[in-house]
Design a protein around this ligand. Structure first.
Ligand code: ATP
Ligand code: MG
Length: 471
């Protein structure tokens, strides 16, 4: 490890300190520690090998370097490589601006309004190339904060020393330098790696106010990496959840997908609830959870999250709409019950309840139309599972959402919301051959003397003889 200050020739320290003080006093607060703390971990001091890095990411890094630019891997990929995990994607950062990047690569597109980024395409793989972002100066006309201190626009380019302070957690702010394969660390991120700590760079309260989504990221990374939150970061999260309500619902929808579709949905749910974040994302669900009936309502959601985690562990796919349908089922069910009590027929009560619950939810997390349509379908299939006679079951079997609807019925049956015998019947029915299916859906056979049969049962119940209904 090279510590820049320690390696300074002893004889020049006083002069160096003098200049350092002058330089530091001219810099915004956030940048000062950069000069104090920068460490370089040479190749033998870390475990990142080029063989673990995507070939396309390496091509981008080498090409930028060849053109005379600086080029680093940064963010989640460096963090994951250090942990011996396979990164989800590879992000590159450079001193070339997006236009310069575009000139270097033919297969490149510039994207983004808030931050302009270059995407270099290699078939299905996209390598994101960002330009170092500049210092956090509120007066700067290119960076705009709202009155709560949230960053609205931020598009000023800078140096690596400035870029580092814009990142969220220290373990996300390590730079792998293609020039000498070293890891550059301005924020003691390597130490936090060793102690499995998630620590925000800078003052946690300010950083959460700047971008409250960082609280969701804290939960996601804590669960995904098995890291603990640094106490200052944790303290700042308590009571700050409401800040999230200022975030556009479309962004929150994207974050929710990342939170719940990566294999640790149940743990994530518990942790979001712990910090009061879940209720900002899904207020109706949170309300329904507190109205527990014999522990029943919470179970369906927990089971759904558990199943989703198990499916991902088995390499199966999970769909967003199914999880959203599980999140909002209780609010729909409770509202539909109220509507039925007011005299609305079951079918309409559920349809109206679904519309209302979805309309309220999209104010918090957007729901793309195809998702809300699919959720409605899963819900509206539920009463249709009750029909077991005639042609209805075979028609239901060909419904494009049959599988999801059936899985949802299973969830309800497993958690006390539907008759387990009904779910069992559908399990047998869908696996039976045609003849067997026909037998299963025949109306109960009337005995030869059906009238007398009915009479008998009626008599049994009423202890009475003939009535007008028997005529
Ligand atoms: P993942 O494994 O989910 O991709 P990641 O850390 O790479 O995790 P990204 O959303 O891909 O997450 O972001 C890449 C990097 O950009 C982060 O590691 C972090 O340095 C920085 N970053 C992303 N979002 C924020 C944010 N809201 N505030 C500050 N820095 C951020
Ligand atoms: Mg990433």
């Amino acid at each position: 490890m090279i510590n820049i200050i320690k390696k300074t020739n002893l004889g020049v320290i006083p002069i160096f300190n003098f200049f350092r003080k002058i330089i530091q006093s001219a810099l915004p607060d956030a940048e000062r520690p950069a000069i104090r703390k920068m460490k370089i971990y040479a190749r033998p001091e870390h475990n990142i090998s080029r063989s673990q890095i995507s070939e396309n990411a390496l091509k981008v890094l080498y090409r930028l370097q060849k053109e005379g630019f600086e080029a680093f891997l940064v963010g989640g990929c460096v963090r994951d490589l250090l942990l011996g995990r396979e990164p989800k994607d590879f992000d590159v950062v450079t001193d070339a601006d997006p236009e310069q990047v575009r000139k270097v690569f033919r297969n490149c597109r510039i994207i983004g309004r808030r931050f302009r980024l270059a995407h270099v395409h290699f078939g299905k793989e996209v390598i994101e190339v960002a330009t170092f972002r500049g210092a956090a100066e509120t007066q700067n006309d290119k960076q705009v904060l709202n009155k709560e201190g949230r960053l609205l626009r931020d598009n000023v380019y800078g140096t690596i020393e400035e870029d580092v302070w814009r990142r969220d957690f220290t373990v996300n702010a390590l730079y792998y330098n293609i020039k000498d394969f070293s890891v550059v660390d301005y924020v003691d991120g390597m130490n936090d790696h060793k102690t499995s700590t998630l620590r925000l760079i800078g003052d946690p309260e300010t950083r959460f106010r700047e971008d409250p989504v960082r609280m969701l990221r804290a939960v996601r990374f804590a669960v995904k990496l098995g890291f603990k939150l640094d106490p200052d970061c944790e303290n700042a999260m308590h009571g700050a959840a409401e800040l999230l309500s200022s975030i556009p619902s479309a962004r929150l929808y994207d974050e929710v997908l990342k939170l719940f579709l990566f294999g640790y949905a149940l743990q994530t749910f518990e942790m979001l609830r712990h910090y009061g974040l879940f209720q900002v994302l899904f207020p109706a669900t949170e309300k329904s959870l507190s109205a527990e009936e014999n522990g029943f309502p919470r179970l369906l959601l927990i089971k759904a999250l558990e199943n989703s985690d198990n499916r991902i562990a088995d390499g199966k796919s999970v769909t967003a709409y199914f999880l959203f349908a599980a999140f909002l089922w209780e609010p729909v069910r409770i509202l539909a019950k109220e509507k039925m009590a007011e005299g609305l027929p079951e079918f309409m009560a559920y349809q109206d309840a679904a519309n209302e619950v979805i309309a309220r939810q999209v104010k918090h997390t957007a729901l793309p139309r195809h998702i809300s349509m699919a959720m409605r379908e899963v819900w509206s299939l539920q009463p249709r599972f009750n029909a077991r006679v005639g042609s209805k079951p075979s028609r239901l079997l060909t419904h494009p959402r049959f599988r999801a609807g059936y899985d949802f019925l299973l969830l309800r049956a497993e958690t006390g919301g539907a008759d387990p015998e009904l779910a069992q019947w559908w399990q047998v029915y869908q696996n039976a051959d045609e003849t067997e299916q026909r037998k299963m859906t025949q109306p109960p056979r009337k005995s030869q003397n059906s009238k007398s049969g009915r009479k008998r049962s009626y008599r049994k119940r009423t202890h009475n003889s003939a009535t007008s209904t028997e005529a």
